[in-house]
Ligand binder design. Structure first.
Ligand SMILES: Nc1nc2c(c(=O)[nH]1)N[C@H]1C(S)=C(S)[C@@H](COP(=O)(O)O)O[C@H]1N2
Ligand SMILES: [Mo]
Length: 400
């Protein structure tokens, strides 16, 4: 088989792989899909990674032939630009994909950067590849005809049907490019906005769909936040509908193997004395938020006040969503920086962020940090949390 034919074959197999990568990538990225196939989420991630690896192989075979290929493109500037673009996108995706796969072995800053590059090259690469495959297809080439008859240098330049200012092909190219840009622009804009600093954080108390009274008065260390305000953006995750909490349906229970069981209503709960701490927040999918000032009740304090009974080995956390749970060993639960948090950067934690009350376990990946926390149960036997049941590692420690 000659080089050209092999290149075309390579294109077809790569196009299919790229399509599957785009689909699995979209499922992994989308926050709405978290509740759709939670059981196969880890499998989708592994498929995504392995297809990425498979896509590297033809690329490696191609590299030694690249010089030869470039020579055939000497007179075709557009094709050369296309080649460089595609190779740049591929290299960015492969390197950042590699770093994301093994991000637990690196500092969180590495995955923050890798995730940005992976998203960035996807948001620009996918529309570009779609454009490329449309405008290079036989179907499109047929549409683009008839081409103008070749002019010789002596002919006067006449603009007519055969020689329009824009050929039909370039007109169609412009149309497809604009259509693709129009479809993708809102997504790209939304993704890009998530990296801009949050607006409107002026110390006002926000709760969105949650309606709770009285509102907690922030500690002096919270407003203004001693951490200086968080850096980075949360991706709001939920595996259920977002629960709406108000004075009637809010309760906070501490029970199980404790000496004093307790069920707090909101007005009692806001009276508990709170501490302030600054910590970072890491999701195992690669994003982080840094220097968040949390105000809440240290878990250790709550447990000590309740009094631990003999035989108590684990602490189980429940969410008001009725589905999500996680556990810590008693020793882990006694770490000083675990917090039952009520305020973030001086504001009531918003509904989609897990408010009014969420758990914060700074030293572990955030799947431990149960949102809409409404019950703490001290137990004797281990319980496997929501995401651990679905393939997440039982070891959630973030490497420091
Ligand atoms: N109840 C509940 N808590 C949850 C989750 C969830 O889906 N439901 N997702 C976890 C995961 S994987 C992460 S990364 C963080 C996300 O917190 P955020 O939505 O406030 O960014 O919440 C954790 N706690
Ligand atoms: Mo996460």
């Amino acid at each position: 088989m000659n080089f050209g034919k092999r290149l075309i074959r390579l294109h077809h197999s790569n196009a299919i792989l790229f399509l599957v990568l785009t689909l699995t990538g979209f499922i992994l990225f989308s926050t709405t899909f978290r509740s759709v196939f939670p059981a196969i989420r880890v499998m989708i991630r592994d498929v995504h990674i392995w297809i990425g690896v498979v896509l590297c192989l033809p690329f490696l075979f191609y590299l030694p032939k690249m010089v030869k290929h470039l020579n055939t493109l000497k007179k075709r500037k557009n094709n050369r630009i296309n080649l460089y673009l595609v190779l740049t996108i591929l290299i960015l995706l492969i390197v950042s994909g590699f770093l994301l796969t093994f991000h637990r072995d690196f500092a969180p800053q590495v995955s923050t950067g890798a995730l940005f590059i992976h998203d960035f090259s996807t948001w620009f690469g996918v529309p570009y590849v779609i454009y490329h495959s449309i405008t290079r297809s036989k179907w499109f080439k047929k549409l683009g005809k008839p081409a103008a008859p070749k002019r010789t240098l002596d002919d006067p330049i006449v603009i007519d049907d055969h020689n329009p200012i824009y050929t039909r092909r370039s007109f169609l190219k412009a149309v497809s490019a604009s259509a693709i840009v129009i479809v993708f622009l809102p997504f790209i804009a939304r993704w890009f906005r998530s990296y801009l600093p949050a607006s409107g954080g002026t110390g006002a108390v926000i709760g969105e769909g949650n309606k709770l009274k009285p509102l907690p008065t922030p500690n002096a260390k919270s407003a203004p936040p001693i951490g200086g305000g968080r850096r980075g953006q949360f991706r709001y995750y939920t595996v259920t509908e977002v629960p709406k909490l108000n004075n009637d349906n809010f309760s906070f229970t501490i029970d199980g193997l404790v000496k004093k069981q307790n069920v707090y209503k909101w007005d009692e709960f806001v009276k508990l004395s709170r501490d302030v701490q600054v910590s970072d927040f890491h999701c195992v999918t690669g994003w982080s938020v840094y220097d968040i000032t949390w105000e809440g009740i240290p878990l250790k304090k709550l447990l000590q006040q309740a009094g631990i009974q003999k035989g108590a080995k684990y602490v189980k956390f429940y969410s008001a969503d009725g589905v999500y749970t996680d556990t810590l060993s008693m020793k882990q639960a006694m770490m000083d920086d675990i917090m039952v948090a009520v305020l973030m950067d001086g504001q009531l934690i918003s509904q989609k962020n897990g408010g009014p009350v969420r758990l914060i376990v700074p030293k572990m990946y955030a799947y431990k940090s149960v949102k809409w926390l409404n019950r703490i149960e001290v137990i004797s036997h281990n319980h496997t949390g929501y995401w651990e049941q679905r393939g997440y590692s039982k070891d959630a420690w973030v490497k420091s």
